[in-house]
Design a protein. Structure first.
Length: 294
């Protein structure tokens, strides 16, 4: 059951990293220092529980933390921590993933969509049933990786920024792999993540709901329901939004004609593309390109 959980304050990045221009940091907190009243923040946070227990509170309810729990906390999400017992956690904080690493290859992993998008946005409906909990071997590996990242950022030796970015990329890849390995045969979110990966790799091709449902091994009705629950969009709207985002990037970054962009982004014709672009951005593709290229 949802409850009132009003943030007492919102953390800003400048309050966390006052003396550094590096958009990534790691903190380690233990026992009473791990307890915080309701708050939110303007940056991303990856929470790794390495020992002890405590309560993670959200507007959707409470969850008892245990070793191996790993959560992505999105900007603006209100949360609190209470009732700890020898709790030790690492917090990996970053302003935006794009400012730290190149996400292009990581986004092609099914586990990326599962952990970084679908699970955080479906905790209300799943009540934490789909979150990632690392087994003992996975936790030992992940803790070692995070401690290396923590030590590099704390010491700030020559080359630490490059190494920290590399360690963060390795951490993201391993989280994606661990997410896929966790009960893959039972995880309907994983099926949705794989369909999202397929859509993003094939957005220029015809993608009909029936075809995608068969690929997910679901009826059309079940596929539609699960996809919308996980993403907040119908399959048709999700595909359209993704194609328009790709078209916007091509208008800004290439000299391709509108007809070529329309074709490469999977639209049936350039007139339909223009109509949908104007409906989404309140500007025609021609005007968008002229304004951007000034």
């Amino acid at each position: 059951m949802k409850k009132q959980l009003q943030p007492e304050w919102t953390f800003r990045w400048e309050e966390i990293e006052k003396k550094s221009d590096f958009p990534l940091t790691v903190t380690k907190v233990q026992d009473l220092k791990a307890m915080t009243p309701p708050h939110s923040h303007e940056f991303f946070e990856l929470l790794l529980v390495v020992s002890g227990t405590g309560h993670y509170e959200t507007p959707s309810g409470e969850y008892q933390l245990r070793p191996g729990d790993i959560f992505l906390l999105l900007p603006g999400q209100v949360h609190a921590f209470s009732r700890q017992h020898h709790l030790t956690v690492y917090n990996i904080l970053w302003k935006s993933a794009e400012s730290c690493i190149d996400l292009q290859e990581i986004e092609n992993l099914p586990g990326y969509h599962l952990f970084f998008h679908l699970e955080p946005n479906t905790r209300d409906s799943t009540r934490f049933k789909r979150h990632l909990n690392l087994d003992r071997e996975q936790l030992a590996f992940t803790q070692s990786l995070v401690e290396r990242l923590y030590n590099e950022i704390q010491a700030r030796r020559s080359g630490y920024k490059l190494l920290a970015r590399s360690l963060l990329a390795e951490l993201f890849v391993m989280i994606c792999r661990f997410s896929v390995r966790q009960n893959p045969e039972e995880n309907d979110l994983l099926q949705t993540a794989r369909i999202i990966q397929f859509i993003q790799a094939n957005f220029s091709k015809p993608l009909h709901r029936g075809f995608l449902a068969r690929r997910a091994n679901m009826s059309e009705a079940t596929f539609f329901r699960r996809f919308k629950e996980a993403t907040g969009f119908s399959p048709t709207d999700y595909i359209l939004n993704f194609r328009l985002a790709k078209a916007e990037a091509m208008l800004r970054d290439t000299s391709l004609s509108l007809a070529e962009i329309s074709e490469k982004c999977g639209f049936c014709d350039s007139n339909y593309f223009g109509m949908q672009f104007r409906k989404r951005y309140n500007i025609t593709p021609h005007r968008f390109r002229r304004q951007f290229c000034r």
